[in-house]
Design a binder for this molecule. Sequence first.
Ligand code: AP5
Length: 227
Amino acid sequence: MRVVFVGPPGAGKGTQAARMAERFSVRHASTGDIFRRAAAQGSELGRTVKQYLDSGTLVPDELTSRVVEEMVVACEQSYILDGYPRTLQQGQDLEAMLDERGQSLDAVLYFDVPDDVAVERLTGRLVCSRCGANYHRTFMPPRRDGLCDGCDGPLSVRSDSSEEVVRERLAQYREKTLPLVQFYEDKGLLARIDASTPPDEVARRTETVLSETAFAGPDRENPSGRD
Ligand code: AP5
């Protein structure tokens, strides 16, 4: 299975990618997580990307595509790419990487939510500093205040969660990622998912679409995944 999860910040891509990676036993590769880890470690990559993460702007295409090729495409057969590609150039880079290996994408899942839902989700998000698990103060609260259900790690707020930075991320999404959504629609790879419903409902829909499309390959009869 080689699939891409695309959508605005706060759509729930990371939440669903983690669940589906476990469900289908495939790697969950998030460029946001890769960059945040590098920034926390203070590596050369981390020092380069930190300014972009903090301001909510995109890391340059050339660097992002190189990281994805080295860390994911070259070493894995099956994966969910969460948050990559997110520009037309990155979409073309990924296509070239896969072509080189005689591979292709099975599906692109587009998680769609209105801006006000995205802002509410992102400004209330809590993340485990130890294992990266995601929570929300209201919608997906942890069982114990400030502690991860899974590993007891401390929960914190991501540095790009202020409303000002979230608005910038949404603007970047509209300008740079929406043309990519059209690119995949034109290729017949796009399956649209209403991500504004509760997490379990989004998960059910996502699992159905993945079962119907990702295992059938791009020549399936209903590539849009719509009912
Ligand atoms: P990244 O980490 O990829 O952030 P993003 O795409 O902006 O997405 P988020 O992680 O904020 O949201 P999500 O859709 O994954 O939602 P989540 O599941 O977390 O990127 C961060 C930065 O890295 C970028 O700004 C850029 O600088 C850089 N970067 C990354 N990739 C790049 C690339 N390819 N090119 C260039 N730069 C790149 O959920 C959000 C919240 O909502 C959580 O609290 C969750 O608990 C809650 N929630 C989830 N689902 C639901 C639901 N159905 N109902 C209610 N609440 C829900």
